[in-house]
Design a protein around this ligand. Structure first.
Ligand code: ADP
Ligand code: ZN
Ligand code: ZN
Length: 721
């Protein structure tokens, strides 16, 4: 047994860096790397993770304290190494990275927030007692209860539709046993029936072969599955997972946003049953805790979830899938700013597992780095829908006449349409016709968006106030509304087309925020309806498989092109292609209409021709010329401060101290104010990622410690999105 544990206290403070040595008395003989210990720390009690065991310490024994307590659950050893790697890669701290790996329900404090749940469980007495007397007369209720228990097995009494009286009588007769036991809290399951395994198409078969071969050999392998929408990528994931399970190995399947992809979860559950666990933030704390435990114990071996599921405690990992690998939601936007796709690659490598990244619109980075297998056709051999680009220059109104006619057609023929407008709310912004005042967020430099409920809201910080009826600057009563958002579009299409048997539904972040099942409800309503329109933000373009959608429309398709970001074209291409992928998945076929002010933009013309290869080739050429990823590493530093000028000063101090070894510097440049804080940004185009990350980490730590910059918070984002 080792005598010393090196412990990283779970503090969020950048300045507090372990590991610190603690002695391990005999009572802590079971402590391992990953164990969670409550330790005394500068007169406080803190929770810490053991990151290493050692035989001796540099400190004299009398200066070493012993832990106060060891928690029952710990972090799996391989996730401790993953966390330490992640902390270095993202310029974060080991404690912040370790916090991502904790058993679900463990807070950073010394007491777990979630405990096992126990409940009164009823089960049949076995063997059933033989009764020599007259056969006991059972009421119909009692007989029903016995039958239910015989069929479904032991269950909590709350799940049995039986009164306490009934159960007590059954117990008194020796037929049923009632005991307090620990029970698992399980998330609501998908509704798909259990499914068989379809015969793969030739393309699917060819895609699966290298995955199987690598798994058979126990080799690490990274593959990009570039398959057009509807080409059966999910089926390839399913059969790859089956292969992993057959070899007694586990799988992690990452999806962009669980609320929007209930189908893929349901398909895994229908195929593999209880061996599938889901982990995501919308579960109740107890459900998450118990799903985590099922994985940790090996009761479940496949984990499906969004980016944080990349930290799932799946042992003997054989397969990691990243579905819709182009999706920006794989990037975490708070410290540690990790990219689940890079973490997935790292985990797969460490576990000698196979990584499969799938998309119809893969990132140029992935095309560059991974070997590609293709699914060039839809499963049923149907063509991708034709795409018509509609020039909106010199036009007024939200809809092109062609769009209006196509929507009316959908109504007449009773089919379905999806309309994408990547802007939620009612109107983009309000101005005063008298003096020109625009209503802006008091905390951020952005305009407030009008919502149908009569409020104006900031989509960055969540600030909300009542919409003005008059101008508080000049008193004018003429307040103009500009632009349309999803709420207004829903309303207008509802007025024009909606009615009995033709619902007009909306899906956007406001719906997502309005309740746990709100998104499911909308998707289920649209799916179950015979006809109708689904209006929404980019959420409507994600992975849905509605076979009866015959029309896809995207309004203001070049909106994403106007972002000052080198990924703007990629985003636009992918949005148009993904939306097109929702249409024409059934026998009735379909068409796609793209309204835009930039009909000649490369992203739009290539998407209209379904030419992903051409687009990506051009994109890689452009990036090589401009030295953007994957030909250079980009690192972003954002300094934020309540005081004007100090954010810029801190960014300048960092820029000054970075030597040219780190890479080329862009900035510091001011960013728009956010949540009441002034911001400044510094961009580094690094030649050598490791050197740049290390140098920058040291410089940031030094600048953060200086008095003059104390009020400034500094965030480092390696591979910003
Ligand atoms: P993707 O993920 O590439 O968009 P999906 O996996 O959702 O495509 O497949 C589209 C549809 O085709 C789904 O309804 C799926 O059940 C079906 N499908 C996939 N593979 C096959 C196959 N080999 N034979 C028959 N149907 C299939
Ligand atoms: Zn005014
Ligand atoms: Zn704001």
């Amino acid at each position: 047994m080792s005598a010393i544990a090196k412990v990283e206290p779970l503090s969020t403070a950048r300045a507090l860096r372990g590991p610190f040595d603690y002695s391990l008395p005999a009572a802590f003989a079971d402590v391992q790397v990953g164990s969670l210990l409550v330790v005394p720390f500068a007169s406080r009690r803190m929770l810490g993770v053991v990151v290493e065991l050692a035989d001796r310490s540099a400190l004299p024994p009398e200066r070493l304290a012993a832990p106060l307590e060891a928690l029952e659950l710990g972090v799996p050893t391989e996730l401790v190494s993953l966390a330490l790697w992640l902390a270095r890669e993202t310029c974060s701290t080991p404690a912040r990275a370790l916090a991502l790996m904790l058993p679900a329900g463990t807070g950073r404090g010394p007491r777990p927030r979630v405990r096992r749940r126990t409940a009164l469980v009823a089960r049949l007495r076995e063997p059933a007692p033989t009764d020599d007397g007259p056969t006991p007369r059972l009421t119909s209720r009692q007989r029903e209860t016995l039958a239910r228990l015989a069929e479904a097995g032991p269950m909590p009494v709350t799940a049995l539709a039986a009164s306490h009286d009934t159960l007590r009588r059954l117990r008194d007769r020796g037929l049923v046993e009632l005991r307090q036991e620990s029970v698992e809290r399980r998330p609501r399951r998908g509704q798909l029936p259990v499914s068989g395994t379809p015969t793969l198409t030739a393309h699917q078969h060819r895609a699966l072969e290298p995955i199987r071969a690598a798994m058979r050999a126990g080799n690490h392998k990274r593959l990009l599955l570039h398959g057009v929408t509807g080409s059966g990528k999910t089926e390839v994931y399913l059969q790859a997972a089956a292969e992993a399970l057959e070899r007694e190995r586990g799988a992690i399947v990452l999806v962009p946003e669980i609320a929007l992809t209930p189908q893929i979860v349901a398909r895994f559950q229908a195929r593999f049953g209880d061996t599938v666990a889901v982990l995501h933030s919308r579960l109740r704390a107890g459900e998450r805790h118990d799903e985590w435990l099922r994985l940790r114990r090996g009761d479940a071996r496949v984990c499906v979830g969004p980016r944080s599921a990349v930290f799932a405690p799946v042992a003997r990992l054989g397969l990691v899938v990243v579905d819709e690998e182009h999706d920006p939601s794989y990037k975490q936007e708070s410290d540690p700013r990790y990219d689940a796709r890079s973490v997935a690659a790292r985990r797969a490598q460490a576990g000698h597992a196979v990584l499969v990244c799938g998309s119809a619109t893969p990132r140029p980075e992935s095309v560059h780095a991974l070997s590609t297998v293709r699914l060039p056709e839809r499963v049923d051999g149907r063509a991708l829908p034709p795409v018509e680009v509609l020039d909106m220059r010199d036009r007024v109104g939200a809809l092109h006449p062609t769009t209006r006619a196509a929507l009316a057609d959908v109504r007449r023929t009773q089919s379905k349409a999806i309309v994408l407008l990547n802007r939620r709310g009612w109107s983009n912004f309000l101005t005063c016709r008298g003096c020109g005042k625009a209503w802006c967020c008091p905390h951020c430099d952005v305009t407030l968006v009008l919502h149908r409920d009569g409020s104006i809201a900031c989509h960055h910080c969540g600030h909300r106030q009542r919409a003005p009826s008059s101008c508080d600057a000049c008193g004018s009563l003429a307040v103009a509304r500009h632009g349309a958002g999803t709420e207004r579009l829903e309303h207008e299409l509802g007025e024009a087309l909606g009615g009995e048997g033709f619902p007009v539904l909306r899906l956007d972040a406001d719906v997502l925020a309005s309740g746990a099942t709100a998104v499911d409800d909308v998707l289920e309503h649209f799916s179950a309806a015979d006809a109708g329109v689904l209006v929404g933000t980019q959420m409507v373009a994600k992975g849905h498989d509605f076979p009866d959608v015959t029309l896809g429309v995207i309004l203001d398709a070049d909106a994403t092109l106007r972002f000052p970001d080198f990924r703007a074209e990629e985003r636009t291409f992918s949005l148009v292609t993904q939306l097109a992928g929702r249409a024409g998945r059934g026998p009735a076929g379909g068409v796609v209409l793209v309204q835009t002010l930039a009909p000649d933009a490369r992203a739009i013309t290539h998407a209209a021709r379904h030419d992903a290869n051409g687009f990506i080739a051009g994109e890689l050429e452009r990036r090589a010329a401009l030295r953007y990823p994957p030909f250079a590493e980009l690192i972003r530093v954002v300094c934020a401060s309540p005081a004007v000028g100090s954010a810029i000063a801190a960014a300048a101090a960092i820029a000054e101290r970075l030597d040219s070894e780190a890479g080329a510097l862009l900035g510091p440049a001011p960013l728009f104010r956010l949540r009441g804080r002034e911001r400044a940004q510094l961009l580094i185009k690094a030649h050598d990622r490791d050197v740049a990350v290390r140098t920058l980490g040291e410089v940031v730590d030094a600048v953060a410690r200086e008095r003059t910059h104390r009020a400034v918070s500094i965030a480092v984002d390696v591979d910003p999105q």
